[in-house]
Ligand binder design. Structure first.
Ligand SMILES: Cc1ncc(COP(=O)(O)O)c(C=O)c1O
Length: 340
């Protein structure tokens, strides 16, 4: 293992040894190539630069108590990248090629997979973009697919920490028939004004509402929203939110724990009825929400008043993290080992 301060890693970029690159040219994908450079050579007229033909994924590899490396639900990320590619007319990366590139990138950087017990993991970032030149607005004929990895610390040191959220009405991250349900760079660019303002005002993140009526909760910056009401797990149904793999996993766990699941529109006023609320995604797993502020109406909803995550959120968090690190049985078949 390389010598890093594993217990104090930030959620940021750390250089690793290798990345993997594949090129779509003349109607076919190349074999994965291994690179030790952190840089790419890109055509000045690449559609990825001009017209936002770009999509990315995020998944994690975990080292278990047995030293083995586990990838969590990689196939779901492969499928979501296909859906993103189709959504902005890019050449999709076949599932098998995605698998080979991701597993090769993790294997080659095995020394960067943090030790068990550090709470850290290896973040895997697949990236697909139009690399062929066009000047008119049209899809590229050539595409580049890159997978790089970087070790990341736990989003919140020492487990899960409640955060405050700011409701946003004056910025839309996605339009009703736009690209909110796929993972393309444009959505993130559109969300930055709102996220930076929320951070500047001391909030953990922003809650976006549906763009049309501004009545229903969409999602929380780069994470899905959920609420716990008694024995029910409630999460928004919307055409413009990213289908989160973490949310899907929490739903499966909650269902198995005997909870009722409701995936439906969640009106802002319903916040008053939840016992717990949270944001979920690969980075933090669950960020419990302690306070939601609506700057337009002046309303404030408070949860976890003792500063601690709610019991249901904590139970869901512990179960999911337990599966990811191999401390809990992989009852759902979510883990694939990366053998050396
Ligand atoms: C906009 C958005 N919503 C939700 C999520 C959570 O998705 P996942 O659980 O698959 O990481 C992410 C992160 O990928 C995201 O960027």
């Amino acid at each position: 293992m390389v010598n890093l301060d594993w217990n104090n890693l930030p959620f940021g970029y750390v250089k690793t040894n290798f990345n993997v690159r594949c090129y779509f040219r003349d109607g076919k994908w190349s074999e994965p190539e291994i690179s030790d450079s952190e840089y790419i050579n890109i055509h000045i007229a690449a559609t990825g630069l001009h017209y936002g033909q770009e999509s990315f994924e995020g998944l994690k590899a975990y080292r278990g108590h047995d030293g083995r490396i586990r990838l969590f639900r990689w196939e779901d990320n492969a499928k979501r990248l296909i859906s993103s590619a189709n959504g902005i007319k890019m050449e999709p990366v076949p599932v098998e090629l995605f698998k080979e590139a991701v597993f090769t990138a993790v294997r080659l950087n095995e020394k960067f997979v943090p030790p068990y017990g550090s709470g850290a993991s290896l973040y895997v970032r697949p990236l697909l973009y139009g690399s062929g030149p066009e000047v008119g607005v049209k899809p590229a004929k050539e595409y580049t697919f890159i997978v790089f990895v970087t070790p990341v610390g736990p989003y919140f040191k020492g487990g899960i920490k409640p955060v405050n959220m700011l409701i946003c009405r004056d910025v839309d991250r996605a339009a009703p028939f736009g690209t909110g349900n796929i993972k393309v760079g444009g959505n993130y660019a559109a969300s930055l004004r709102a996220i930076v303002r929320a951070h500047d005002e001391g909030y953990g993140n922003v809650i976006f509402l549906d763009s049309k009526e501004k009545k229903y909760i969409d999602e929380c910056g780069p994470a899905n929203f959920f609420g716990i009401k008694g024995n029910t797990y409630v999460t928004p149904q919307s055409e413009s939110i990213l289908p989160s793999i973490t949310n899907k996993s929490l739903i499966a766990i909650a269902e198995k724990m005997g909870m009722k699941i409701e995936r439906r529109k969640v009106a802002v006023e319903e916040l008053a009825e939840f016992d717990e609320t949270g944001a979920c995604g690969t980075a933090a797993v669950i960020s419990p929400i302690s306070k939601i502020v609506d700057p337009d109406t002046g309303k404030i909803w408070e949860f976890c008043k003792d500063g601690k995550p709610g019991p249901v959120s904590l139970k869901l968090f512990n179960k999911l993290v337990g599966i990811q690190y191999g401390d809990e049985p992989d009852d759902f078949g979510w883990i694939t080992y990366v053998e050396a």
